[in-house]
Design a protein around this ligand. Structure first.
Ligand code: HEC
Ligand code: HEC
Ligand code: HEC
Ligand code: HEC
Ligand code: HEC
Ligand code: HEC
Length: 173
């Protein structure tokens, strides 16, 4: 991963021109490296005294990929790329500053997924051909394949990209 340009990192957070008013943005449990270093202008462009001052590029993905370039290489070469990831809107799901959730997610994973896929909110998922028409749980149990993690949508589906249909993490066939 490439690192932050030195000149964007203030000596201490208090020396950042943004700190005095926006310190709440880094007050959550997990703080994302560029924000933890108060390199705010890496993403917020200082384009002068206009309404758009400190606006971020739209979509934000090229900024994200400038550091996470390995992911770009992997994801963008997959056969299927998930809608909001392919349009570059990483910030629909991730908070670029900080979060109380893992991976700086804006919501816990299950809640995040059903915010768009509302029809999956019943808590079970009718998997075609699943034993005798029963449904499968999508949360509230441990994930046997990922020790320490709860079973969630991303246990089976990749939120970014996949070579398998339905964006499975593994080919379930
Ligand atoms: C003197 C206080 C102050 C300072 C210093 C300050 N801001 Fe703000 N900023 C505000 C206020 C007030 C708002 C509007 C209220 C809100 O959305 O929280 C705001 C809003 C914003 C927004 C949202 C704009 C929008 O259209 O929603 C961004 C982005 C932003 N500031 C970035 C920055 C960055 C980057 C810095 C440092 C370079 C900075 N601000 C420094 C007070 C400040
Ligand atoms: C990695 C890129 C990135 C960095 C670094 C970053 N921001 Fe942001 N910021 C964004 C994006 C993208 C948004 C758009 C809002 C969203 O979707 O959450 C945003 C939104 C904001 C907003 C308005 C909405 C909100 O979330 O409150 C403020 C204020 C802000 N940023 C200030 C800052 C400050 C201050 C820093 C430095 C500590 C900073 N940002 C660092 C990308 C970044
Ligand atoms: C200036 C470089 C930089 C930029 C720009 C940047 N990141 Fe990061 N990111 C990092 C570093 C360094 C880490 C590892 C340290 C940490 O967790 O903060 C990281 C960690 C992460 C993690 C956690 C990874 C893990 O395995 O736990 C996520 C998720 C993430 N970034 C998403 C984003 C998104 C989304 C954007 C764009 C809005 C973005 N990053 C932009 C440098 C960057
Ligand atoms: C911002 C809205 C949004 C969020 C949040 C979202 N999705 Fe999606 N998802 C879409 C859209 C739009 C499509 C259809 C376009 C496509 O296939 O990429 C889609 C497609 C899918 C598909 C493929 C369906 C098919 O028929 O192949 C799966 C699986 C999926 N999403 C799983 C998830 C999971 C898991 C999460 C949570 C990590 C999630 N989605 C969060 C918008 C969203
Ligand atoms: C639909 C929601 C969604 C979108 C859009 C999204 N992510 Fe994620 N991201 C997630 C979830 C959920 C996880 C955690 C997956 C898991 O359970 O391990 C994650 C994990 C990550 C990680 C940690 C390691 C990894 O590879 O899983 C990084 C880095 C990351 N995302 C960066 C990005 C970047 C950059 C973008 C934009 C190009 C992006 N994400 C778009 C939901 C999303
Ligand atoms: C145990 C693995 C598993 C979990 C957990 C899971 N899914 Fe699925 N999902 C599947 C399988 C298998 C399919 C293929 C279609 C089928 O057999 O019903 C599928 C299909 C889908 C589809 C595309 C077809 C359709 O029915 O619309 C979407 C969208 C989707 N899942 C979203 C989600 C969301 C959102 C969650 C979390 C609430 C989730 N899935 C949790 C295994 C899973």
């Amino acid at each position: 991963m490439s690192s932050l340009p030195e000149e964007l990192i203030p000596e201490s957070p208090e020396k950042s021109p943004c700190y005095s008013c926006h310190k709440v943005l880094t007050s959550r449990i997990k703080v994302h490296a560029p924000s933890a270093n108060w390199a705010c202008n890496y993403c917020h462009l200082d384009v002068g005294l206009s309404y758009q001052r400190y606006e971020t590029p739209f979509p934000i993905s090229e900024k994200c990929f400038s550091c996470h370039e390995y992911r770009k290489r992997i994801w963008m070469n997959k056969k299927y790329v998930h809608g909001p990831t392919s349009t570059g809107q990483c910030n629909i799901c991730h908070n670029p500053h900080s979060s109380n959730n893992i991976f700086f997610l804006k919501k816990p994973i299950w809640n995040l997924c059903i915010s768009c896929h509302a029809e999956k909110a019943s808590g079970t998922h009718v998997l075609a051909g699943f034993v005798f028409g029963k449904s499968h749980p999508t949360h509230g149990r441990p994930d046997p394949s990922r020790p320490g993690r709860e079973l969630v949508c991303s246990s089976c589906h990749n939120p970014h990209a996949s070579n398998y249909r339905f964006m499975f993490n593994n080919d379930c066939q």
